[in-house]
Design a protein around this ligand. Structure first.
Ligand code: PMT
Length: 216
């Protein structure tokens, strides 16, 4: 039997890879399957939380009992997160958010013309950075997807984005991270030593994330 240790808690989770249209038929995205974020939503529900799952497109079944808000772009995700943030107890940004979008998505399909094609991109807002800057009661969790110097790069994100917990994963490995059913992560918390969580299922990683948050 699962302890109801998130009873009466409002938990917001983002999941999946945002998509950014280039023209009516093409878009930019990344390799996120949504599995990590959905596992977090499932675990929070098991523990009795009220769960809002803000999800970019995935192939996954919506977790039973969660309020699921479907979004596509980073700007849509930012707006949805903004709507609920002030009332939340825990916010976890597991989504892979596109850092850039097309400066001006084409109204018509881009025609094939030359041997090269330049796309002009503009920066998306950093959703998590904005949340960290106006954090009140919320426990804030970020992820860091890195391909090199995992702990050093993730530690910078922890400080810059003012999160209570930063979950770092190495997305250069095909057996963990994007798409896989398993993950291996390092937990980084302010004023504490990094804690390695050895390769295990995303369900188990999700459970450990809430365990760590509740033991702070
Ligand atoms: O979905 P899966 O296939 O299960 O894979 C899981 C995962 C690899 C996607 C997940 O574990 C993960 O690492 N998610 C975060 C991916 C990411 O965008 O990392 P980042 O290092 O680029 O961003 C750092 C943090 O800032 C993240 O919490 C991200 O959600 C957030 N961010 C990033 C950019 C942006 N414009 N706004 C943000 O809020």
């Amino acid at each position: 039997s699962q302890k109801q240790d998130l009873k009466n808690k409002q938990v917001l989770i983002t999941a999946g890879g945002t998509i950014e249209p280039l023209d009516p038929v093409r878009y930019l995205t990344n390799r996120s399957s949504g599995k990590m974020g959905y596992a977090l939503a499932e675990n929070a529900l098991l523990r009795g939380a009220t769960v809002i799952l803000i999800s970019a497109p995935t192939q996954l079944k919506p977790p039973f009992g969660a309020k699921v808000i479907a979004v596509q772009t980073a700007l849509e995700m930012a707006k949805a997160v903004e709507t609920y943030y002030s009332k939340m107890d825990i916010v976890i940004m597991a989504a892979a958010v596109s850092d850039y979008r097309a400066a001006k998505p084409a109204a018509q399909k881009i025609k094939k013309r030359d041997t090269t094609l330049a796309l002009q991109l503009v920066e998306n807002p950093d959703i998590l950075l904005g949340l960290g800057a106006k954090k009140k009661q919320q426990l804030l969790v970020g992820f860091a997807a890195e391909t090199q110097q995992l702990v050093q790069n993730a530690a910078k994100k922890m400080v810059k984005k003012r999160v209570d917990l930063l979950v770092a994963n190495d997305v250069s490995r095909s057996d963990i991270g994007f798409g896989s059913n398993q993950n291996e992560v390092t937990f980084l918390r302010p004023h504490q030593k990094p804690l390695l969580v050895k390769k295990t299922t995303k369900e188990e990683i999700a459970a450990q994330i809430f365990d760590v948050l509740l033991s702070q």
